[in-house]
Design a protein around this ligand. Structure first.
Ligand SMILES: C[S@@+](CC[C@H](N)C(=O)[O-])C[C@H]1O[C@@H](n2cnc3c(N)ncnc32)[C@H](O)[C@@H]1O
Length: 275
């Protein structure tokens, strides 16, 4: 595939692992990056446009935090999180403005100092991940080199907050599209779909499969990943049925984010492709 990808799209951007990897390996001409999470999109746009100014804010938070002992860091974190949640009503997510710059720095700060870098909100939309526990190492809150590189790589991207259901018309013809939706829970207790207020249920998996197929029929390269329900129940062929006729591979993946240590580890994930 090397040399062939010019236009890329990632409708469930999250941490953007695939985008950042491809953007450094291929000479991408354009990228359309979407996520329903407005805070995340705000942050990417700020990293793209105003990374230096954003890093000044992050430097300040980092210095204030790192000079405290463990107990005080915890207090600082919770106070910071409360303020962050209160301020969300003052943010105009529709239009880029100067309030976005500290807001982005605050999300990065929380992401670096919370438990396992987990992004979780409650029903009210409040970020509610607890504080991280750092016994033996100091978290790297401001990574100048990485943020500058991310800003540079994001230069070719259009970044937009959007539900996956309305992206079809926005994606350029002949793109490579990677779908990494919230995982279908692998057990009743695992709750990987809690990134946003609404859960990503099976009805949405069906809707997504329709879009995957349409994008395939339009001549794009499409790839999708998800958890493999067969990890828990050998008879559960949900994705095998949904994506029948496509190439479906099972790959070993390491789950880092799970509240139960015993559930972290290598399990199968599925990768569906039309190529
Ligand atoms: C599994 S994560 C993607 C992880 C990403 N590949 C990475 O490298 O970190 C799923 C993402 O989908 C987003 N999401 C959830 N529901 C969505 C929807 N209906 N439309 C668009 N994005 C959605 C979440 O905000 C989350 O960032």
């Amino acid at each position: 595939m090397k040399g062939e990808i010019q236009h890329f799209s990632e409708p469930f951007l999250g941490g953007g692992a695939v985008f950042f990897d491809l953007a450094q390996k291929f000479d991408l001409k354009s990228a359309k990056l979407f996520d329903i999470n407005q805070e995340l999109i705000l942050t990417y746009k700020v990293v793209q446009k105003d990374v230096d100014l954003m890093m000044e804010f992050l430097q300040r938070y980092s210095t204030e935090y790192l000079k405290l002992d463990n107990d005080r860091q915890k207090e600082y974190y919770y106070e910071f999180r409360t303020n962050y949640n209160h301020q969300r009503f003052n943010i105009d997510f529709k239009r880029y403005n100067e309030n976005w710059i500290p807001r982005a720095a605050q999300l990065i700060f929380l992401n670096k100092t919370c438990f396992n870098g987990l992004y979780r909100v409650n029903q009210k939309g409040e970020f509610n991940t607890p504080s991280g526990v750092y016994k033996n190492h100091v978290p790297k809150i401001l990574d100048v080199e990485n943020l500058k590189l991310a800003s540079k790589v994001l230069g070719i991207a259009d970044i937009e907050s959007s539900n996956f259901s309305s992206i079809e018309e926005k994606i350029k013809d002949s793109s490579f599209i990677y779908f990494d939706p919230p995982y279908r829970p692998i057990s009743k207790t695992a709750n990987f779909t809690n990134y946003s207020k609404k859960n990503f249920d099976d009805a949405l998996q069906f809707e997504l499969a329709d879009i995957f197929k349409k994008m395939d029929e339009k001549g794009n390269l499409v790839m999708l990943s998800n958890s493999d329900p067969k990890n828990e129940n050998k008879k559960d062929s949900f994705f095998d049925d949904l994506y029948e006729g496509y190439d479906i591979k099972r790959v070993k993946a390491t789950r880092v984010i799970n509240s139960k240590v015993s559930k972290r580890g290598r399990i199968n994930e599925i990768v569906v492709r039309n190529y």
